[in-house]
Design a binder for this molecule. Structure first.
Ligand SMILES: N=CN[C@@H](CCC(=O)O)C(=O)O
Ligand SMILES: [Zn+2]
Length: 432
């Protein structure tokens, strides 16, 4: 094929496609057969999208006349799709390291929240921090995520609570979408907590009557585009009826419903999400059996967050039961000042050890299923013709090392590629 291409990834020991038939998600039954090719290559076009995937010999023959801007010799290495992080809170100011000490000493998440710490502390600091400074911190965190292999990440507002600060956070996220290579799905989470001076009903009224119309206006004039709407559905925060009003109003202006539910108390959030057509619900440590059934039939993804259950010593979400019942299980880091983890390899490791997922299940949950939770699995989450050319290349001959090595991704991830462009090359990796 005589033509010009952006990138050739050549002769990988393992090319982990995830899926190969255009699936938008994988259920448990399909996960043991995760698509993996041996001695394989990938071609990425000038537009950043995948043009060919196959055995190295066949790609070499097919593209013998073609020229490539860059060729990476992947012999002895593994290629995987870029990881997808389906849940983060990465825009904030103020340091909460002291709360870690409080939790180690026995304080619960709600003890700290009700004493004015937690989200309230971060809100106070985020409200008084400039947009420029917030962008600086956010950019630094996104680069950390990229180096850990994340190429698409969901990013929430929610440390503003008042309209001006929520818009400030969303502008910061929008700027990152324009200026950085990492893919972003942005989420309005103005109902992350009830702001001081208001009760939940007043806060709900403000969101429905003021925040959401403003978001619609900003979208229409091209200033900010938001993808998802989120609420913290929790006892003492926003109850089921406030959730219903806010989430439905968000859906009415075109946002995908993707919210926090059934985390600390059983709230029937899963049942509500299924009823409202939610794309995803996160946490679910306290989900009911009926909620699991409802999510499975509504094709509503469960975004499980192993760092939260670990740090807060919560009961683990029932990943095995959800998988068995046909729920689309995805993973997220929940990066936030409470759960300071930017690494999806670490998240997958915790999902395997603490939630009893297999490595194949964890990888599918951190790629195609996480992309599904963000409504992006037609472009992300697997290595297939026509999808965006996002990859990680491991200096290892078996992909499982990405999960098996506990906190070892710095030594393993040699390249991170977004849209066919090398965004990160780990110069400290030596070939032995
Ligand atoms: N549970 C609510 N929100 C976050 C925590 C946010 C914070 O503590 O700042 C979560 O998903 O874990
Ligand atoms: Zn969260």
């Amino acid at each position: 094929m005589a033509s010009e291409y952006k990138l050739l990834l050549e002769g990988a020991q393992q090319l982990v496609l995830i899926c190969s038939k255009g699936e938008h998600y994988l259920l448990q039954a399909a996960m043991p057969n995760l698509a993996v090719l041996a001695n394989a290559s990938v071609v990425i076009g000038k537009d950043g999208y995948i043009k060919a995937v196959g055995h190295a010999d066949s790609i070499r023959r097919q593209f013998s006349e073609a020229s490539f801007e860059k060729i990476i010799d992947c012999s002895g290495k593994c290629i995987l799709p870029g990881l997808v992080d389906a849940h983060t809170h990465p825009v904030w100011a103020g340091d909460r390291v002291n709360e870690f000490a409080m939790k180690l000493a026995g304080a619960t998440y709600m003890d700290i929240h009700q004493a004015g710490g937690g989200i309230h502390f971060t809100v106070e600091h985020t409200q008084k921090t400039s947009e420029e400074e917030l962008f600086g911190g956010f950019k630094h965190r996104l680069l950390r995520m990229l180096r850990a292999g994340t190429t698409l990440v969901e990013c929430k507002s929610g440390y503003g609570l008042n309209l001006d600060t929520e818009i400030k956070m969303l502008r910061v996220i929008e700027r990152a979408k324009q200026e950085l290579d990492i893919g972003i799905s942005s989420t309005y989470c103005g109902a992350h907590s009830v702001p001081k001076g208001k009760n939940a009903t007043e806060a709900t009224d403000d969101i429905v009557n003021n925040h959401l119309p403003k978001l619609k206006e900003l979208d229409l004039n091209g200033e900010i585009h938001v993808d998802n709407i989120d609420v913290f559905c929790e006892k003492g925060v926003f109850d089921l009826s406030s959730n219903k009003r806010i989430l439905q109003a968000g859906k009415d202006i075109g946002l995908q419903i993707n919210f926090h539910g059934d985390e600390l108390h059983p709230m029937k959030s899963a049942e509500l999400g299924a009823e409202l057509g939610a794309q995803a619900i996160s946490h679910l440590e306290e989900v009911s059996d009926e909620g699991i059934t409802a999510m499975a039939s509504a094709k509503c993804a469960a975004v499980l967050l192993p760092t939260t259950a670990y740090i807060l010593r919560l009961k683990q979400p029932q990943a095995r039961k959800m998988l068995k019942e046909g729920v689309i299980v995805a993973l997220g880091s929940d990066f936030n000042p409470n759960a300071y983890c930017c690494s999806m390899p670490m998240v997958m490791h915790l999902a395997c050890v603490n939630m009893k997922m297999s490595m194949k299940e964890a990888l599918a949950a951190a790629t195609i299923n996480a992309a599904y939770a963000l409504g992006r699995s037609h472009t992300h989450g697997s290595i297939e013709n026509g999808k965006q050319g996002d990859f990680i290349i491991l200096n290892s001959s078996r992909w499982e090392h990405l999960i098996y090595q506990f906190g070892g991704h710095q030594e393993l991830i040699e390249y991170v590629v977004v849209k066919g462009k090398v965004i990160y090359k780990n110069e400290s990796i030596l070939d032995y």
